[in-house]
Design a protein around this ligand. Structure first.
Ligand SMILES: NC(=O)c1ccc[n+]([C@@H]2O[C@H](COP(=O)([O-])OP(=O)(O)OC[C@H]3O[C@@H](n4cnc5c(N)ncnc54)[C@H](O)[C@@H]3O)[C@@H](O)[C@H]2O)c1
Length: 461
C-alpha cells in the first residue's frame, strides 16, 4: 500500500476568504483525501482574501490532482497554481561542471591553458600513466547507459534515462567525492556500445554501466573488462549483489545460522539475480535454487541461454524442477529480484524456521513485507518506507572511491566481497537486530569503509 511521500510533493497556491476558519478548512480538505501537509505559508494578505502556499506529499500524480480538486471545490477558494517540487528540482538538470582553478588574469590563463598546458600534454604523451596524476582521469567515472532498463520503466531510451544518470552522478559526488558524468548512448547495439565506451575511456578512471538490459549487459561488461585498462562495473549487477550479500551476512548473524548450511532461493535470474548468485557462491552456501519466470532453473530445462546454463550448472545440487512455491519449501533464505506479488504468508510458513526474506522487486516487492513478517524472522525490501532497505547507494560510491584511489586497472570478485563485508561490518554488534541489518544510506561511515576495503583488496591484487 503506497503512502504519501516526497516523490510526489506539490506546492499549491490558493486564495481563500480572510476568515478565522480558512486555514482549518484548507488543511482539513487536504487531510480528507489523504494528503500529508509538510508546510503551510501565508504569502499575501489583503482585506478581502489571503493567499497560502500549501506544500504536501501525495501518493501519485492522480492523488495530487485529487488534493488540488478538493481545495478548489471549497466555497470561496481558488487554486492559482500547482508546482510539482520534483519537476522544480530537475529544471536545468541536477549537476554542473565547476572549475578548480582561478582564471583571473593572463598569468592564470597561461598556466591553466595555453601556452603552459602544452607542457602537460607533452608529459602525458611521453608517459600516459601521468594522465592519472595530471588530469580529471584520476577522479572521474563515466555513468554509461543505453536507456534499455531504466528503473522499473523499461526501454525508455537514452534521453529519458538522463535524469537517473544525473542523479547517480550527484550521489557519487555526495557520498564519495567522485566526479561522475552521464554518458547516454543513442544506440542499443552491443557492438556500438562497446566501441563507444572504448573510444571515450581515456578520460575516465572507471566505467559504471547502468540500466542496460539483460542479457546484453553481461556481454557488454565482459568484453569491456577485457578491452579496457580501467575497472568496468555494472551497478545493477554488482552494486546490488554487494549490498545483498552484506545484508545477508548480518541477517544470518541475527538468526545465528551458518551460510554453508543454508538453502537459498534466488528468484529472478536477470542482471541482479545472476550477480547475487555468483557473489553468494564465494560464501559456499549449502545450496542455491535459482528461479525465474519459467520456474526453478535446472540443467535439463529447455531454452537455457549461456547465463542460465552456467547458473544451472553451479546451483541446485539435487537438480530440482518446479515452481517458486516448490523452491521455497524448507528454504532458509529468499532473495527476490524479479516481479511483484509472487507469494504470500502461506508460502513463507513453508520455509525453514527463522526464515530470511529479501523481497527486492521495485516498486512492489515479491511479497507484501507485512505478510512476510508473519512468519519470517527478518524481512528486507528495496523501499525506504520499511526497515532494512537494500539500496545500491551503500555500495557504488565507496567501490569507485576505492578503485580510483588504488589506481585499479580492473575489478575482481575479491573486491566485491570486501565491499560486502565492509557494509555489513559498519553495523556494530550492539546496533545489529532483525530491523537493522544494513546501515542507513546516510551513515557517513559506509563509503569510507567500503572504499578502504576495496582499495586494500585492489592493492593486494
Ligand atoms: N536494491 C534493490 O532493491 C534492487 C536492486 C536491483 C534490482 N532490483 C529489482 O529487482 C528486479 C529485477 O531487476 P533486474 O535488473 O535483475 O531485472 P531483469 O529484467 O534483468 O531480470 C528479471 C528476472 O526476473 C524474472 N522474473 C520475471 N517475472 C517473474 C516471475 N513472475 N516469477 C519469477 N521470476 C520472474 C525474469 O525471468 C528475470 O530472470 C526489479 O524489480 C528491480 O527493480 C532491486
Amino acid at each position: 500500500m503506497p503512502v504519501p511521500g516526497p516523490g510526489y510533493s506539490i506546492t499549491i497556491r490558493v486564495e481563500a476568504p480572510p476568515t478565522a476558519s480558512a486555514a482549518g478548512d484548507l488543511t482539513s480538505a487536504v487531510g480528507r483525501v489523504g494528503g500529508v501537509i509538510t508546510a503551510f505559508d501565508v504569502v499575501e494578505s489583503h482585506a478581502d482574501r489571503v493567499v497560502f502556499d500549501i506544500t504536501c506529499n501525495a501518493m501519485s500524480a492522480n492523488h495530487a490532482k485529487d488534493i488540488t480538486d478538493g481545495l478548489d471545490a471549497l466555497p470561496g477558494v481558488r487554486v492559482r497554481k500547482v508546482s510539482d517540487r520534483t519537476f522544480l528540482v530537475h529544471l536545468g538538470g541536477k549537476i554542473e561542471v565547476t572549475s578548480k582553478v582561478a582564471l583571473r588574469n593572463r598569468d592564470d590563463l597561461s598556466r591553466a591553458y595555453t601556452p603552459g598546458v602544452a607542457r602537460i600534454c607533452q608529459a602525458i604523451a611521453a608517459n600516459p600513466e601521468d594522465a592519472r596524476r595530471l588530469t580529471i582521469k584520476r577522479n572521474t567515472v563515466a555513468v554509461v547507459t543505453d536507456g534499455t532498463a531504466v528503473l522499473g520503466l523499461g526501454n525508455i531510451g537514452p534521453a529519458a534515462a538522463l535524469p537517473v544518470m544525473e542523479g547517480k552522478a550527484a550521489l557519487f559526488k555526495k557520498f564519495a567525492g567522485v566526479d561522475a558524468w552521464p554518458v547516454c548512448l543513442d544506440t542499443q547495439d552491443t557492438e556500438e556500445i562497446i566501441r563507444a565506451v572504448e573510444l571515450i575511456a581515456p578520460v575516465y578512471g572507471g566505467i559504471n554501466l547502468e540500466d542496460i538490459a539483460a542479457p546484453r549487459c553481461f556481454e557488454i561488461e565482459a568484453r569491456l573488462r577485457e578491452k579496457l585498462d580501467i575497472p568496468v562495473f555494472h551497478d545493477d549487477q554488482h552494486g546490488t549483489a554487494i549490498v545483498v550479500v552484506g545484508a545477508l551476512r548480518n541477517a544470518l548473524r541475527v538468526v545465528g545460522k551458518d551460510i554453508t548450511k543454508c538453502k537459498v532461493v534466488v528468484c529472478g535470474v536477470g542482471a541482479a539475480g545472476s550477480a547475487i548468485i555468483r557473489l553468494l557462491q564465494h560464501q559456499k552456501p549449502g545450496d542455491i535454487l535459482a528461479v525465474d519466470i519459467h520456474g526453478i532453473v535446472h540443467p535439463k530445462r529447455d531454452n537455457l541461454d549461456s547465463n542460465l546454463e552456467q547458473i544451472a550448472a553451479s546451483t541446485n545440487v539435487e537438480g530440482k524442477a518446479g515452481t517458486l512455491h516448490d523452491a521455497l519449501v524448507g528454504a532458509d533464505v529468499f532473495i527476490g529480484v524479479s516481479a511483484p506479488n509472487l507469494f504470500g504468508a502461506a508460502q513463507v510458513a513453508t520455509m525453514s524456521s527463522d526464515a530470511i526474506v529479501f523481497a527486492l522487486a521495485n516498486p512492489d516487492p515479491e511479497i507484501d513485507p507485512v505478510e512476510a513478517q508473519q512468519h519470517a524472522a527478518i524481512v528486507a525490501t528495496g523501499r525506504s518506507d520499511y526497515p532494512n532497505q537494500i539500496n545500491n547507494v551503500l555500495a557504488f560510491p565507496g567501490v569507485f572511491r576505492g578503485l580510483l584511489d588504488a589506481h585499479a586497472t580492473s575489478i575482481t570478485d575479491a573486491m566485491l566481497v570486501a565491499a560486502a563485508n565492509a557494509i555489513a561490518d559498519v553495523v556494530e554488534p550492539e546496533r545489529l537486530n532483525a530491523s537493522f541489518i544494513v546501515p542507513s544510506v546516510f551513515d557517513n561511515a559506509v563509503a569510507p569503509a567500503v572504499a578502504e576495503a576495496v582499495k586494500n583488496a585492489a592493492q593486494a591484487n
